[in-house]
Write a protein of this length. Structure first.
Ligand code: A3P
Length: 272
C-alpha cells in the first residue's frame, strides 16, 4: 500500500547501500524468483532484482563492487539478493562465510529434483529449440541406462551433496528450506516461514496473493491501487513430454539422495 511506497522513496533518498544480510542461494528452477518477488513486497526488504552472480562469476571484483549493486536501504531494512547458482558452486560457502562469518541468512528453495530437471531442460529447449537432444538422451548413458550425473540438470538435484558443503561452515539454523511445491500451493504459508526466519513482521500475507487462472499460478496483488503482477513467461513454462519410464528411473536414482537431504534439512519434502 502507500506505506510501502513511502518507505521505498525514503530509502532511495536517505538510505545507503549495504551488503546483503540474507541471500536466496538456490535452487535453479525451484521457484527462486517467486520467493524473491514476494519478499520484495515487504517494507523491510530491499532486494536487488537482477542476479548478482558475485560469489560464483564475479568474486574477483570485490565486496565494494558487490555492495555497489545493492539498492539503498534504511536502518532496520534487510538487503537481499538471489543467485540460484550459489547453491551448487563449490567456492560459494567459503566466500559468503568470508563476508560476514555465519551471520548471513541463507534461503534455499527446493523442488522435486525430477520435476526440477525437466524444468531445467525445458529452459534449455526454450533457449535452443533446434539440435537439443531428447531429455532421455541427456539424462542416461546410451545402452547402460546409467544416470549421467555430469549433466547439470541432473547434478543440481543432488541436494544432499551440495548441502554438505554449506553445513561444513554454516549451522543449520542459518538455512531456511522453502518448498517450491508449497510456494505454488500455499504461497502465504511459505512466506510466513520466510518472514519468521528473517525476523521481520508478518506483513506479506494471503492478501498479497491471488490465483491467476490465465497464468495458472499465484500472482501478486500490489496493495491498494497497485496493478496485479504475475511472473514472466519463462516462469511456469509448459514442460516437454518425457517418457514415464525415464522419469521413474530418475525418481529411483534420486531417492537415496532425497532421503539423506530430508534428514539433513530436518524435513520430509514428500517427493518420494
Ligand atoms: P516451471 O517454469 O518449470 O513451471 P526459478 O525462478 O527458480 O527459475 O523457478 C521457476 C519455477 O518457479 C517455475 O518452474 C514455476 O513452477 C515456479 N513458480 C513458483 N511460484 C510461481 C509463480 N507464482 N509464478 C510462476 N512460477 C512459479
Amino acid at each position: 500500500g502507500d506505506g510501502v511506497l513511502l518507505h521505498e522513496d525514503e530509502a532511495a533518498e536517505n538510505g545507503s547501500q549495504s551488503l546483503p544480510q540474507a541471500i536466496i542461494i538456490g535452487v535453479k528452477k525451484a521457484g527462486t524468483r517467486a520467493l524473491l518477488e514476494a519478499l520484495r513486497q515487504h517494507p523491510l526488504v530491499r532486494a536487488l532484482g537482477a542476479e548478482a552472480h558475485f560469489f560464483d562469476r564475479h568474486y574477483g571484483r570485490g565486496l565494494h563492487w558487490y555492495r555497489s549493486l545493492m539498492p539503498k536501504s534504511l536502518p532496520g531494512q534487510l538487503t537481499m539478493e538471489k543467485t540460484p547458482s550459489y547453491f551448487v558452486t563449490r567456492e560459494a560457502p567459503g566466500r559468503i562465510w568470508a563476508m560476514a562469518g555465519t551471520r548471513t541468512k541463507l534461503l534455499v528453495v527446493v523442488r522435486d529434483p525430477v520435476t526440477r530437471a525437466v524444468s531445467d531442460y525445458a529452459q534449455t529447449l526454450a533457449k535452443r529449440p533446434c539440435g537439443t537432444p531428447p531429455f532421455e538422451a541427456l539424462a542416461f548413458r546410451n545402452g547402460s541406462g546409467a544416470v549421467q550425473i555430469g549433466w547439470s540438470a541432473v547434478r543440481i538435484g543432488l541436494y544432499a551433496r551440495h548441502l554438505e558443503r554449506w553445513l561444513r561452515l554454516f549451522p543449520r539454523h542459518r538455512l531456511l528450506f522453502v518448498s517450491g511445491e508449497r510456494l505454488i500451493a500455499d504461497p502465504a504459508a511459505e512466506l510466513a516461514r520466510a518472514q519468521t526466519f528473517l525476523g521481520i513482521p508478518q506483513l506479506v500475507t494471503t492478501q498479497h496473493f491471488y490465483f491467476d487462472s490465465a497464468k495458472g499460478f499465484p500472482c501478486l496483488r500490489r496493495g491498494a491501487g497497485g496493478r496485479p503482477h504475475c511472473l514472466g513467461k519463462s516462469k511456469g513454462r509448459p514442460h516437454p513430454r518425457v517418457p514415464p519410464e525415464a522419469l521413474q528411473r530418475l525418481r529411483e536414482f534420486y531417492r537415496p539422495f532425497n532421503l539423506k537431504f530430508y534428514q539433513m534439512a530436518g524435513h520430509d519434502f514428500g517427493w518420494d
